[in-house]
Design a protein around this ligand. Structure first.
Ligand code: 0WK
Ligand code: 0WK
Ligand code: BGC
Ligand code: BGC
Length: 941
């Protein structure tokens, strides 16, 4: 149970009777512990109302998000201007922050007067006045030519809205030319408080008002980077010395507090990770009638006579602007009730504001005599002739009023502390409260009373009060320094990410160069030099529905190796039945000897035939071999080079059909009576053409990337004959091997290429396909971390491991709508346990930039291809279907749409339908084999 009554005042025994008279008269000012605890609970409920999206609009305590989320990390440095408006003094400051770890802060400041008239005149006059003081200050400091970042402590309730960074104004600062700064939010004044009431500002953005006032002068410039409440500035100033400081308290002209709240509780904002500082604006507690049971008539009288009746009711019971007035009104009332000054009342005593709060500081001096002497002096100055009892009573009244103020302040502070304790689910909360304000600093007992009451309301909290020595100006400079660091880091991140962003012109250029290389690939003269080989596939026709029989199919080269049995039956129409089994090919086999690889393939076929109960069968086989092969006929494929993860020796330059047959021989488990070798793009085109005859293009965006299409024979100079068409395997993965893409490649692409199996090879593929996108992202993340732009510069060993950031993470991260949880779990898996929400947002951005570029580049290549077909056929408009397969295309949430957008933009005369291959290219390979077997049986081959 709290010791309920006010602390007895040992020095004034003989005054007890008078004290009791006053105590009795002001019994309403004495709030019991139960009442105080109940008020603290009530205020906590008000906080919840302010935090909750639905109740915020009607909440009295607005709980305003400040967008201050991170504290200085020791790397901030530079010179910053700061303005401190709203307290008893208007200050202009120059704050020099020295980084390199030992973070020293030097400050110079000057106080400027804000005339009463300006405080109640027009807004433009006020901001002109502020701009004038600023001009005077930078002149005196000799920094008029510098455009310094500025932090503005504007101690009034402001709604801050974060502008969408991309749309916000970017402007070069003369001072740090290499940095383009973003001013990324607005600060809308909700209502004036304290002694300010100016026209034309409420509902306006004070950032623009100040910027316009400065621009109007034209004799200096500054970069307004942050607008903060004085509570936030005070928390940041004290947070600089004590990292436990998570609450900023002002008890001065006005009163208010801010604290670090969990994002998940801030329903007005998206995102639920990390913390953000909330400006409670607790001065408005009770504006909705919530304090009517504790407010006295004196409180109502003070409010009625104030500049903003009905507003800031809690503040009017506590803060320095009103404390003196409360005492004056009590003196007047008691005099009228013949309880003081023999009922005498002087004009001074009746004058609003005539009993300054400063008087209370001296009247309540710890030294009894001093206090009573001061009371006497004040009362005499007001034309009264006070008795000793009058002086003692006045001192007692001051005590009662200021004690109530301290205790009321304690109730809301205790509620904030309980909120933080519960957020942290902490048994015992260790917290520091940064505090400033003339009442807290100058009243001889306020801080003690507040401190004491807080400890009684929240005994399970270990609380420290840290008086701000440098005012909130330093805090504003630190917020600006952090905002500046964040803006500079963001600018640097965007500068780096911009190297991965392609313009429309660049994509058109990629299309143009791809078209050029394709033409060179088809031309006999230039075929050997070109990087895009345009390999003839000897697939010239599609099934005519008469094909039938059982066909084996192999699908090698993608993310999984499949053996299939494809049964073609000719009922009313051609029916295709498929059975398949997926086998893994481990790294060792991929990169061992060709013999081992083909032995493994034969082992799988044998296993499959057993599984299908067809041991020893002899079947024709369609071999989807997803690597560049030179073919002079369907059943022969000379491997030009391995790509992706394959490196088996003794295969390049060899006929893979022969290698397969030799392995079959070696194993003697079954026989293959005919083998057609096709590329997975061709298999995919054929599989889809079976569904949609207009399908004349096959596209793979998987581990690798490539495309094929039906080309006019007369254009394929590397094959005899001019009739009809033949499918050409573009092998566009190699585009760029002759430097065609060097001006689009970034340092990250070069890093991925240098560490790849085939440096300098498959350059286009390395910008697009699944085998490499994760690596590009990992390299960007490494670079960002090394530059301190991510994970606070803390590198994780795991992130240094090649291939650890799998491409599937990109699809998962980008398909993860808002909740960053999945990003966090992937980062945790990568050993980045300390990552923040901002880190997750950035990792997601890097993934989207890398995937977007890949999809656009793929779209540009495809635009070149379909436009070629359109021109081949002299059509103004071409409508065609592209059969597509590949894990990246199928699983990435945005790849296909971005690729199609780019294609539409670069080849507007082509109406392209995309048909996802459901059955893989194995079916296509079997169909091609069936057609070949039909031709063979009809002796056409
Ligand atoms: C000093 C801070 C300022 C704040 C003031 C409040 O630097 O931002 O507004 O304290 O105290 P007051 O001057 O109103 O007593
Ligand atoms: C499935 C096809 C196969 C192709 C693969 C490519 O059946 O032929 O190689 O798609 O996609 P990936 O598996 O490399 O993602
Ligand atoms: C304002 C707050 C400010 C407080 C202390 C109140 O009147 O509404 O924004 O923090 O005074 O200066
Ligand atoms: C190969 C192509 C294949 C593509 C998709 C590339 O690495 O060179 O032959 O079509 O990957 O699997």
């Amino acid at each position: 149970m709290l010791a309920s009554t006010l602390p007895a005042n040992p020095f004034t025994e003989h005054h007890d009777d008078h004290d009791q008279k006053v105590d009795k008269y002001l019994h309403q000012f004495k709030l019991s512990d139960e009442t105080l605890m109940e008020l603290s609970m009530r205020f906590r409920r008000e906080m919840d109302k302010g935090l909750c999206r639905d109740t915020n609009p009607t909440a009295a305590v607005k709980m305003l998000p400040t967008f201050v989320r991170s504290t200085p990390d020791g790397t901030e440095q530079g010179e910053f201007l700061a303005l401190d408006l709203g307290g008893s003094n208007f200050r202009v400051l120059l704050v020099k922050v020295k980084g390199n770890g030992e973070q020293k802060v030097d400050m110079e400041s000057q106080i400027y007067d804000i005339p009463e008239l300006v405080m109640t005149g027009s807004g433009s006059e006020l901001f002109d006045h502020i701009a004038e003081c600023l001009a005077d200050f930078v002149e005196k400091m000799g920094i008029k030519d510098k455009k310094l970042p500025l932090g503005f402590t504007f101690s009034f309730p402001c709604q801050q809205t974060k502008l969408d960074e991309t749309k916000s104004t970017v402007h070069k600062t003369g001072f740090y030319p290499h940095l383009s700064l973003l001013t990324s939010y607005q600060s809308i004044l909700m209502s004036w408080t304290k002694g300010f009431r100016l026209s034309g500002v409420e509902g306006k953005d004070v950032v623009s008002l100040l910027r316009n006032a400065i621009k109007k002068r034209g004799d200096f410039d500054t970069d307004i980077m942050a607008v903060i409440s004085d509570t936030v500035g005070t928390m940041m100033t004290c947070g600089f010395d004590d990292r436990h400081c998570e609450i900023g308290l002002i008890v001065g002209t006005g009163t208010n507090a801010c604290y670090m709240e969990q994002m998940r509780n801030l329903q007005l904002l998206d995102g639920d990770e990390g913390q953000m500082c909330v400006n409670t604006e607790w001065g408005a507690f009770g504006d909705d009638g919530a304090l009517e049971d504790v407010r006295t008539d004196i409180d109502r009288e003070i409010d009625a006579g104030s500049l903003n009746p009905g507003k800031q009711l809690f503040e009017k019971m506590i803060s320095g602007m009103y404390m003196g007035e409360l005492v004056r009104l009590i003196l007047v009332k008691m005099a009228r009730d013949q309880l003081l000054f023999q009922g005498n009342i002087t004009p001074e005593l009746l004058t609003t504001g005539h009993f300054s709060t400063n008087y209370i500081y001296t009247i309540e001096s710890d030294k009894d005599e001093e206090g009573l002497a001061s009371a006497e002096k004040v009362l005499r100055d007001m034309g009264l002739d006070p008795t000793a009892e009058d002086c003692a009573a006045t001192r007692r009244i001051c005590q009662i009023v200021s004690t109530r103020a301290a205790r009321l302040c304690a109730t809301s502070l205790a509620a904030v502390m309980r909120q933080i304790r519960d957020n942290k689910a902490a048994e015992k909360l260790r917290i520091t409260i940064g505090v400033d304000g003339s009442v807290y600093k100058n009243h001889p007992k306020f801080s003690r009373r507040l401190n004491k009451m807080v400890r009684r309301l929240v005994p399970d909290c270990d609380v420290r009060f840290l008086q701000s020595q440098h005012g909130s100006g330093k805090g504003a400079a630190m917020v600006t320094a952090v905002a500046y660091r964040l803006a500079a880091q963001q600018a640097e991140r965007q500068r780096i990410l911009d190297t991965l962003r392609l313009s429309r012109e660049q994509l058109f250029e990629v299309k143009r160069r791809m078209t050029e290389e394709m033409a060179r690939g088809l031309s006999k003269q230039t075929h050997d030099q070109t990087s895009v080989k345009m390999l003839p596939t000897y697939v010239r026709s599609t099934p005519d529905g008469t094909e039938q029989g059982d066909f084996l199919a192999l699908d090698l080269g993608g993310s999984s190796f499949r053996v299939l049995l494809v049964r073609l039956r000719h009922e009313k129409k051609l029916k295709v039945n498929m059975h398949q089994k997926i086998y893994s090919i481990d790294q060792e086999t991929m990169q061992g000897t060709g013999e081992e690889l083909f032995n493994h393939i034969v082992y799988c076929i044998a296993d499959f035939l057993d599984y299908m109960g067809m041991r020893g069968a002899s079947l024709p086989l369609g071999f989807t071999f997803s690597f560049p092969c030179d073919q002079t006929k369907l059943d022969e494929g000379i491997l030009l080079k391995w790509t992706k993860g394959f490196k088996a020796s003794g295969c390049e330059g060899k006929d893979v059909v022969k290698l397969l047959k030799e392995a079959v021989q070696r194993k003697q488990k079954f026989d293959l009576n005919f083998v057609a070798v096709v590329n997975d793009t061709v298999g995919t085109m054929m599989t889809c053409a079976y569904e949609d005859p207009r399908c004349e293009v096959g596209l793979i965006v998987g581990t690798g990337t490539n495309a094929c299409y039906m080309e006019e024979m007369q254009n394929i100079e590397t094959v005899e004959g001019n009739e009809g068409r033949m499918c050409v395997n573009v092998e566009w993965g190699a585009f760029g091997e002759n430097g065609e893409l060097d001006d689009f490649c970034t340092e990250f692409d070069h890093a991925v290429d240098e560490c790849s199996n085939y440096p300098g090879k498959q350059r286009y593929e390395k910008l697009i396909s699944g085998m490499y996108l994760g690596e590009i992202v990992r390299n960007v993340l490494l670079d960002f971390t090394a530059k301190g732009l991510l994970f606070r510069g803390k590198m994780s060993e795991r992130l240094k491991t090649r291939g650890i950031f799998e491409t599937k993470f990109l699809s998962q991260i980008e398909s993860d709508r808002l909740a960053m949880r999945q990003v966090r779990s992937i980062l945790q898996h990568l050993g980045l346990t300390g990552s923040t929400c901002d880190d997750s947002v950035l990792v997601k951005e890097v993934c989207s930039v890398v995937a977007r570029r890949a999809a656009q580049l793929c779209g540009a290549g495809l635009a070149a291809l379909v436009d070629k077909i359109r021109q081949n056929r002299n059509q103004n408009q071409l409508s065609i279907t592209v059969g597509v397969d590949g894990t990246l295309y199928k699983t990435h949430p945005h790849f296909s749409s971005i690729m199609q957008e780019t294609l539409q933009d670069l080849a507007p005369q082509c109406e392209v339908t995309f048909l996802k291959s459901e059955d893989g290219s194995g079916k296509g390979a079997a169909l091609i084999t069936a057609v070949a077997c039909r031709f063979k049986s009809e002796k056409l081959l």
